[in-house]
Design a protein around this ligand. Structure first.
Ligand SMILES: [Zn+2]
Length: 294
């Protein structure tokens, strides 16, 4: 065979398949329910609620809008993580057939299960305000038991703790959809995030819903632009993560001190320190979800 190149490097380059220059782009989509377009009542967000079936459909519509946008923005792979309640809300047959689906809540990293440094961008869909917010549809953090969660002195909600975990892996949170309070709060941990406000919270229950067709169009357009412009930052790895959790009820802190590394600060507050954010995240999740008498 005649050599078409001179030198090892040139030969290697000619040997590559024609599409080897096209970059893989992995996008991670975490989908909660309280901040979904059209969702406005707790008989929608509970799996036993009368309107749960409707809410599941609304949830997958917003998720699909984000998936379409991500692919249009250059994603070559999209992983959707069902992140609400029992985390089996999205029916695979309703999801965009190009996306993979992570399902069920018995997982160590909950709303961020499966994320690692191979991803290029993170999108949050249907997010809500943190616990104790005076306004914000169904404001809470993790579950109903948490009054406040602080990581290294900053009070965060689910969007905040998830963004800090993403930054550990060096994956930018590029887009978030939810109510207006959730979007504002997200900017504390992801200042450059693109926000799509799908509803305006009047208090923690009443809400002004925007037209569904409009919000889905906006989610798709924002996801497309956000993914197309995503740039991976250097991973943010601090040497220690000090977590302080305040609970609504002192029974949980009392039980939680069974873990020797968990310090009691007051009857309703505990604190612990971990040397990595994934480690801290896993213990936060155990405390709000798996020590839960309700
Ligand atoms: Zn949530």
């Amino acid at each position: 065979m005649r050599r078409a190149c001179s030198g090892v490097l040139a030969c290697v380059m000619l040997a590559l398949p024609p599409d080897a220059g096209a970059q893989a782009r992995k996008v991670y989509v975490s989908v909660d329910m309280e901040g979904i377009s059209g969702v406005n009542s707790d008989n929608q967000t509970s799996a036993t609620g009368a309107e749960y079936g409707r809410a599941r459909k609304l949830m997958v519509e917003d998720a699909n809008a984000a998936v379409r946008g991500a692919f249009a923005g250059g994603a070559t792979e999209v992983v959707v993580n069902d992140s609400h309640g029992g985390q089996r809300n999205i029916l695979p047959e309703d999801l965009d057939p190009r996306a993979k689906l992570i399902s069920h809540s018995f997982k160590r990293h909950g709303m961020m299960e499966g994320l690692d440094e191979t991803f290029d961008a993170v999108i949050f869909v249907g997010y809500h305000a943190k616990a104790s917010s005076p306004r914000g549809v169904f404001a809470h953090t993790g579950s109903g038991v948490v009054r406040d969660l602080q990581i290294n002195g900053t009070s965060v909600g689910e969007g905040g703790m998830n963004a800090i975990l993403a930054s550990w892996y060096g994956v930018p949170v590029v887009m978030v959809s939810g109510d207006d309070v959730a979007i504002e709060q997200q900017k504390v941990t992801a200042p450059n995030v693109r926000g799509v406000v799908v509803k305006r919270a009047i208090n923690t229950r009443a809400v002004e819903l925007r037209p569904l067709a409009e919000t889905r169009r906006e989610i798709e357009a924002a996801a497309k632009e956000a993914v197309a412009n995503a740039k991976k930052p250097t991973p943010q790895r601090l040497s220690s993560y000090v977590v302080r959790m305040e609970f609504q009820n002192p029974n949980i802190p009392d039980v939680a001190t069974a873990f020797t590394e968990i310090r009691s600060v007051s009857p309703s507050v505990v604190e612990f320190t971990r040397s990595s954010m994934p480690d801290a995240y896993r213990l936060i999740r155990v405390l709000y979800r798996f020590i839960n008498p309700d």
